[in-house]
Design a protein around this ligand. Structure first.
Ligand code: UDP
Length: 267
């Protein structure tokens, strides 16, 4: 079916967003991650070679770095994933390098840090929600009693995990630039700033004007303590300039979407 579509449409490029992307789930069901994120990806590449499609932009992840030696994380740091999700994405990045070298495909891997925020029409909505910000909003909307904080004993100032939350419109812009890249490359994509789970909770309380109850829970397996990006490489090489580096603004945009679409895309 995929190959038939490629044969009929003959696209100039493939944007490969499809994948399983949950750290916690990957620690319970690694087969799902290696099968879908790696094996099915090879099927896609086979089709690209067969029908002469020479360009791919791949959604990779900061999870390929595992517990980084230092932050911000630049592209020179070693990649040692600590969960099958990150490993599956790293494997596919490596496969892409070979297809690039042997079949001349231009492959750009964009390593998303934590995608957040919303545009007027598009926001975050999963059938089973595991992500932090939408789960906090569920509580604010009265759809959930309390948010759970996974781990309060990390080596961070407030004991909770720190992540780099990047606005989806900035991510989108990076994809447009990646389509114009002249050589294969891998780029880290984040704001260069980090926020802890508790800081995100505080911001969400400010933005929603509501008190959001939180329950302290044990660590979620597979979570590194701190992930913050250096995105200098993509800024220098592709001219990417993030427009949304204000965390409150990012969260505000997400909250507007959630209040407009409280049942997500079912509305
Ligand atoms: N997290 C949390 N409670 C939740 C969901 C997530 O404490 O209900 C934490 C999670 O452990 C991680 C951070 O929030 O440290 C961001 O998690 P998320 O699932 O949103 O994205 P990920 O970092 O896994 O891509």
């Amino acid at each position: 079916m995929l190959h038939r579509t490629m044969q009929l449409v003959r696209p100039d490029a493939v944007m490969h967003f499809a994948a399983n992307a949950l750290v916690g789930e990957s620690m319970v069901d690694p087969t799902k991650y290696f099968r879908n994120n790696v094996a099915s990806g090879i099927n896609l590449l086979e089709g690209m070679v067969r029908f002469g499609i020479e360009r791919i932009v791949f959604s990779s992840t900061c999870a390929i770095f595992g517990v980084p030696q230092r932050v911000p994380i630049d592209e020179t740091l070693p990649q040692n994933p600590i969960n099958p999700y990150g490993e599956s994405k790293l494997l596919f990045e490596k496969i892409l390098r070979w297809y690039s070298q042997l079949h001349g495909i231009i492959a750009v891997s964009l390593r998303y840090f934590n995608a957040a925020g919303a545009s007027e029409k598009y926001g975050e909505n999963h059938r089973i929600e595991t992500h932090l910000i939408p789960n906090i909003f569920k509580v604010a909307l009265g759809q959930k009693e309390a948010v759970e904080i996974y781990g309060t004993d990390y080596p961070t100032p407030d004991g909770t995990c720190i992540r780099d939350y990047i606005h989806i419109l900035d991510l989108a812009q990076a994809h447009i630039l990646a389509l114009r890249a002249t050589t294969s490359a891998q780029y880290n994509l984040g704001t260069g700033g980090g926020a802890s789970v508790r800081q995100i909770l505080d911001c969400c309380q400010k933005v929603t004007g509501k008190t959001i109850p939180a329950l302290e829970k044990p660590r979620r397996p597979g979570d590194p303590p701190i992930l913050i990006a250096s995105s200098e490489k993509i800024q220098t090489e592709l001219g990417w300039t993030p427009q949304h580096d204000n965390l409150l603004g990012v969260i505000e945009s997400a909250w507007q979407w959630h209040t407009k679409f409280p049942s997500g895309y079912q509305n």
